[in-house]
Design a protein around this ligand. Structure first.
Ligand code: NAD
Length: 271
């Protein structure tokens, strides 16, 4: 296979983005997996290389500019300039999640008033600054080479906030907004910026919110399936056709979009 373009994927060893990384490698991209834990990244790199692909793994932190600059150097030296950046690192944390969806005046700590500044800040930073910073570090390559693609990962919580996950919802709304902002700012430089807004995919981060230990649905899980016309969670592979479409040269006039991939969740009012 003729490996030409370089794709950098933050959170590339996570549940959704590892599927994207394997797919990109199969499609001829040289893939750089950026994540936190070297051992997890290495396992995915080995898998890609074992399947005939080209990949490197770099342990980094999307909130540390110095580490990102170091990762950028390594990617440039080993693979070349970045053509595609997928900003996949993101997620929620229990410290930024209320215990109850609606305020109970007798139990203020279980709601908004119990949220911890550190937790809120870390979730907001991870999703928003964790998209902004890698775009700043790797996007420069695209200016130099005359074009590229940035793909951000938003969420259903960006359209209407989901209960409990206040900081996550606000941060994903900011990611959608940043997607549009960057799309405008970079348009004349040939850099397209789009985002996927996945619905509900069962992953490590949301498993405890959506399922119980015996695998059955929690009340929240049931509510979500009840509001998903397709009546199921998504499968990571169901993100790939949108990724291909966003990156396709025939999509050259498409920028600034946020595409729901959600089994109809966003379209359904619940009635
Ligand atoms: P995941 O936890 O499997 O993947 C996230 C990855 O980001 C992990 O590999 C983690 O190590 C990495 N990461 C976290 N903090 C980091 C940091 N500071 N620096 C570098 N890497 C860091 O979760 P996922 O479900 O695959 O989520 C991927 C993206 O999709 C996230 O942005 C998430 O918010 C978004 N999303 C997920 C769902 C879903 O249903 N799973 C729905 C909508 C949006």
């Amino acid at each position: 296979m003729n490996h030409k373009k370089v794709a950098v994927i933050t959170g590339g060893s996570g549940v959704l983005c590892s599927v994207m990384a394997l797919h990109m490698a199969k499609n001829g991209y040289k893939v750089a997996i950026l994540g936190r834990r070297q051992s997890v990244i290495d396992a995915l790199v080995d898998q890609i290389v074992g399947e005939g692909g080209v990949a490197i793994g770099v342990a980094t932190d999307v909130l540390r500019q110095d580490l990102l600059e170091e990762a950028h150097k390594q990617v440039n030296e080993k693979l070349g300039p970045c053509d595609v950046l997928i900003n996949g690192a993101g997620g929620n944390h229990m410290d930024a999640t209320t215990k109850e969806p609606l305020l109970i005046p007798e139990e203020l700590e279980k709601g908004f008033f119990g949220l911890r500044l550190d937790g809120v800040r870390s979730v907001f930073d991870l999703n928003f600054l964790g998209t902004f910073l890698p775009s700043q570090v790797f996007g420069k390559d695209m200016v130099t080479t005359g074009g590229g693609n940035i793909i951000n990962i938003s969420s259903m919580s960006a359209y209407s906030p989901l209960t409990k996950v206040m900081a996550y919802s606000a941060a994903k709304a900011a990611v959608s907004n940043l997607t549009e902002w960057m799309a405008v700012h970079f348009a004349a430089a040939g850099i397209r910026v789009n985002a996927m807004a996945p619905g509900f995919f069962l992953t490590n981060q949301n498993r405890s919110l959506l399922t119980t230990e015996d695998g059955s649905l929690t009340q929240r899980g049931n509510t979500i399936i009840g509001k998903t016309p397709m009546k199921r969670f998504g499968k990571p592979e169901e993100l790939l056709s949108t990724l291909d479409w966003m990156l396709d040269e025939r999509s050259s006039f498409i920028t600034g979009t946020v595409i729901p991939i959600d089994g109809g969740f966003n379209a359904f009012s619940g009635v």
